[in-house]
Design a protein around this ligand. Structure first.
Ligand code: LLP
Length: 427
């Protein structure tokens, strides 16, 4: 168990969270290496080893720094990046370039050049003119890159509107209208400068239902068939994206990877047999499901305001700057006073941050043991899209990130200082 309680104190991957808060300060992101590695192994067992010709590329937008790249490399996964900055981070961590896959709906020419210079494994082409840009860079540099087309499968997933990506009206992917997709496929197949590897889709994020994945798969399989019929080209690869949901609160009906992957693999096998082709290599891109539950954030309780008959606000020393998800997606979290885990939860409070925004609320109507200034409050499942979406709003410094493993802790990202925040300012 990653979370444990001893003498009323919360322990995380063997570490006393009060001691972590004392040693490294708050707010503090705490990531369990054990939990991350367990997830990677779950992917290995239920996908990579169970099915031949498969890859898993960790979607690094969920949580990225040099140490995370090292863990992902050690666990044998590939990495998915979506910007020059993510690509640069992976390269600086000596991540094998051939295991880097580059997504994104508006790659700049500089980013494409970086990807070509480093000979990365795949570029996932997301726009109609992007292939031509890649071709011109490859021509100039005498290179040939592996590419896939990200398609818009035209399915609507059941998640927050901001994190569904597969519906037809989307900035992501190439629309599947015949007059758009087929010339694009033909250009890629015939190109001297790219190897056309196949199709990619990502239907959305934080999904607990496999319906949209399965629907999008049918669309992609039809495209594979059409590509064979029209151009006698057997598509070598299909990337089915990420989106596998996690447990933020008890209401989340989290499913194992196999719930999503087994029916899809079965369908792809059956399809390949029917079409009499070798089954394409299947790639997944999980982000949140690898790191989400592996992280907690520790805060120190400050001002408490009890508005009689209305609400009690408990302010903590972080907020929307380290976790924008409640403000942006109305995301729900759970938490506990790390020094009072065993005390009865007799109070209902709103845990809010310290930013000048009324929407800076981390948990509404949290049931807690009575809190007072100086208590350490832990919020769970903050490992994905917390640190990577953090900001310096109100010039709040970004928290440190600590990696914990079986009772040991080490800092992997230093806390920002005030000087760090103004170091690029000129006057
Ligand atoms: N692959 C592609 C192409 C993606 O766009 C994404 C997420 C993933 C993989 C990984 O999805 P995951 O397994 O993490 O669900 N900031 C939002 C999530 C945005 C996700 C965008 N794309 C949030 O905090 O919920």
């Amino acid at each position: 168990m990653i979370k444990q309680v001893k003498d009323g104190i919360l322990y995380f991957d063997g570490c006393n969270t009060l001691e972590l808060a004392e040693k490294y300060g708050t707010p503090l992101y705490v990531m369990s290496e054990t939990a991350i590695v367990e997830k990677c192994r779950e992917i290995r067992n239920s996908f990579l080893q169970k099915y031949k010709k498969t890859r898993a590329a960790y979607a690094s937008k969920a949580f990225l720094n040099l140490s995370m790249c090292k863990i992902i490399e050690r666990e044998g996964l590939c990495i998915d990046v979506v910007s020059g900055g993510e690509l640069y981070t992976a390269i600086k961590a000596n991540f094998p370039p051939e295991k880097i896959e580059f997504n994104g709906n508006n790659k700049t020419i500089d980013e494409i050049e970086l990807a070509v210079d480093y000979n990365i494994g795949r570029i996932i082409v997301d726009g109609l003119d992007e292939l031509s840009l890649i071709e011109s860079v490859c021509k100039q540099k005498g290179k040939k890159m592996n590419v896939l087309y990200r398609i818009t499968p035209g399915v609507k997933s059941d998640s927050h509107d901001y994190i569904v990506t597969g519906k037809k009206d989307s900035k992501f992917g190439i629309p599947l209208d015949d007059e758009i997709i087929f010339p694009a496929i033909e250009q890629a197949i015939k190109s001297e400068y790219v190897n056309f590897m196949g199709f990619h889709y990502h239907v959305g994020s934080q999904l607990h239902d496999n319906a949209s994945h399965l629907k999008a798969l049918e669309t992609s399989l039809k495209l594979i068939k059409d590509t064979k019929d029209k151009y006698s080209y057997v598509t070598p690869e299909i990337n089915i994206g990420g989106g596998f949901g996690i447990k933020y609160t008890d209401a989340d009906d989290k499913k194992p990877y196999s719930y999503f992957l087994d029916p899809m693999m079965e369908r792809i096998e059956e399809f390949s047999k029917d079409l009499n082709i070798e089954r394409p290599e299947v790639v997944i891109e999980p982000g949140r499901s690898i790191v989400g539950e592996a992280g907690i954030t520790l805060y120190t309780v400050g001002t408490i305001k009890d508005i009689p008959g209305i609400r009690k606000y408990v302010s903590v020393d972080g907020g929307m700057t380290d976790n924008i998800r409640p403000a942006l997606y109305q995301a729900k979290y759970e938490g506990v006073a790390a020094n009072k885990v065993d005390e009865p939860k007799t109070d209902t409070v709103t845990i809010c941050g310290k930013c000048c925004e009324s929407g800076d609320v981390l948990i509404r109507d949290a049931e807690v043991a009575p809190l007072k200034r100086g208590d350490i409050f832990a919020i769970f499942s903050t490992g994905a899209y917390g640190y990577t979406m953090s900001s310096n709003y109100n010039k709040n410094p970004l928290p440190a990130v600590v990696l914990v493993k079986e009772g040991e802790s080490r800092i992997v990202v230093k806390r920002q200082s005030y000087d760090d925040m103004i170091k690029n300012d000129l006057c």
